[in-house]
Write a protein that binds this ligand. Structure first.
Ligand code: HAM
Length: 419
């Protein structure tokens, strides 16, 4: 029996894992510049947490969650996103009492049972940030700026920031009414999914990808024309701040997001380098979620980004990472030489140097070939003769020059390769 990975999951083999590690450290570095602190929450939570926050009628909750019963018959779900878990942790640990403003970031696995395709997986990774406690437009703008800065820090220039406002509890219902009035005479021409959403969630009809639905909604009323004064002012200020920061954006009137907790600002960053799944990240404000989950009313805004999608774009842009090749390879022949190499290599590693030793009992030629394959800079060659005379042959693998070095001076001699 041969096992295979589950559809929609991936193995990160060493070379790719190394790229991920480097990318994660870049993300952490930018997060730190914005004063964000890391939070790590469990992989699974009570199912109800997600149903309540993301929304019963959303695709995620209605058909994509990995839900199971534990032995205590509790319904648990592998997290399909991290906003709800972070808010749950924020409430449970009274973080709002400890600090008036919490900026929390995360990098971790999420699970959604979607149809796998390019850039879409069933286990994937999100990095993101949640800013809890601030009602002001600067928090929205800072969230967007942070996302933009991460992509720019990677040298990614080709992307579009799309923003919209989805209003609040005052203006949402009047807007939905206006939208339904517009859609009602067109209902027959909409797809079955959209017809199903007409009563429950007409906003989602705006972002339907079916061509005929899009054609029918071209002239639909725009949310930004139906915002209450407070929401309109808020949106105008977010735009002003983005302009001030030199962040180009477009207002996309169809942008409504697939999760129910948003209020006011919604945004996505779209990459032209990705195929159909072109959203690098998405987010927005969610001022009502904290209270909805049993906490004190706490205004909040955040975003989450697909790590796999970032890596796809980085692969295309030729982003390169620091080499982990060993600097020195010990080529040892004979038991005494091998013992010596084992001990000496460990010493040098403890000094912070990357050193490799042969572990396959290969001959000298094969060991040298391996040193070159691993792109080592130098080889230290030792056999019984060298042990007897207390010397080592140091070969510069770049120019093939070889010198005999007394063992006592080996470290000094090698240090030139570590400069
Ligand atoms: P989301 O739009 O569902 O938002 O996901 C955010 C990002 O995760 C997407 O833009 C995409 O890059 C990536 N993503 C989503 N699904 C998949 C998948 N199946 N495979 C690979 N990548 C995927 C949220 O999750 C919200 N929690 C964002 C947020 C944070 N809003 C406020 N704070």
């Amino acid at each position: 029996m041969k096992f295979q990975k589950i559809r929609g999951t991936r193995d990160l083999l060493p070379e790719e894992a190394r790229r991920w590690l480097q990318a994660e450290s870049v993300i952490r570095e930018v997060m730190a510049k914005y004063g964000c602190a890391e939070i790590r929450t469990p992989i699974f939570e009570e199912t109800e947490l997600f149903a309540r926050s993301i929304g019963q009628l959303t695709d995620i909750v209605s058909k994509e969650m990995y839900t199971f019963q534990d032995r205590g018959e509790k319904s648990l779900t592998l997290r399909p996103e991290l906003t709800a878990p972070v808010v749950r942790a924020f409430i449970e640990n009274n973080l709002g009492e400890l600090l008036p403003l919490n900026k929390l970031y995360y990098i971790g696995q999420v699970f959604r049972q979607e149809n796998p395709q390019a850039g879409r997986f069933r286990q994937f990774h999100q990095f993101g940030v949640e800013i809890l406690g601030s009602p002001v437009p600067a928090a929205d703008a800072e969230t967007i700026a942070l996302a933009v800065d991460i992509y720019q820090r990677f040298g990614i220039a080709e992307f579009t920031v799309e923003i919209n406002s989805v209003g609040d509890q005052r203006c949402r219902e009047p807007y939905k009414t206006a939208l339904r009035d517009y859609l009602r005479p067109r209902l027959a021409k909409l797809c079955a999914t959209c017809r199903g959403r007409f009563e429950s969630n007409p906003l989602r009809i705006l972002d339907c990808k079916v061509e005929s639905c899009r054609a029918e909604t071209v002239g639909a009323p725009r949310f930004i024309d139906h915002l209450c004064q407070a929401c309109a002012d808020h949106f105008a200020e977010v735009r002003r701040l983005l302009e001030l920061a030199g962040i180009a954006y477009v207002v996309n009137h169809r942008l409504v997001r697939g999760l129910d907790y948003y209020t006011r600002t919604a945004f996505e960053i779209i990459s032209q380098q990705l195929g159909a799944q072109d959203a690098l990240c998405g987010g927005g404000r969610y001022d009502l979620l904290c209270e909805e989950l049993g906490g004190k009313p706490t205004p909040a805004v955040g975003f989450a980004a697909g790590m796999e999608r970032l890596m796809i774009v980085l692969e295309k842009s030729g982003w390169s990472v620091e080499s982990h090749a060993p600097r020195v390879f010990f080529v040892a022949l004979g038991l005494e030489a091998q013992r010596w190499a084992f001990a000496r290599a460990r010493q040098l590693r403890r000094r912070g140097w990357r050193v490799e030793v042969d572990l396959l009992g290969r001959g000298v030629k094969a060991q040298l070939r391996e040193a070159n394959r691993q792109q080592a800079v130098a080889a230290v060659i030792i056999g019984d003769n060298e042990i007897a005379q207390q010397v080592a042959q140091v070969k510069n693998l770049r120019d093939s020059t070889q010198t005999e070095v007394p063992m006592a001076e080996l470290e000094d001699n090698l240090s030139r390769f570590f400069a």
